[in-house]
Design a protein around this ligand. Sequence first.
Ligand SMILES: [Zn+2]
Length: 78
Amino acid sequence: MAHQTMVVVDPPVHGAKSILEPFFIGPAIKGIGRNSYRCGSCGTVLLESVHNRDVLDVVVKCARCGNCNEPPSDGDAP
Ligand SMILES: [Zn+2]
């Protein structure tokens, strides 16, 4: 399991990307991949056990600190 830290970004323009806004503190997506992503600000796991390719265009708004996060663009190849 690889843990990666996401990049804090400005909230994207509406409709430009898929924004996940979980209302709970914890991963917005739990899958069966081999990568997990943490909030770049507070370290909360926002994407757990996902495939890199599935989350490339996803922005996750952290329920704990309120920052928007994107996966790092230079992540490991799937
Ligand atoms: Zn956070």
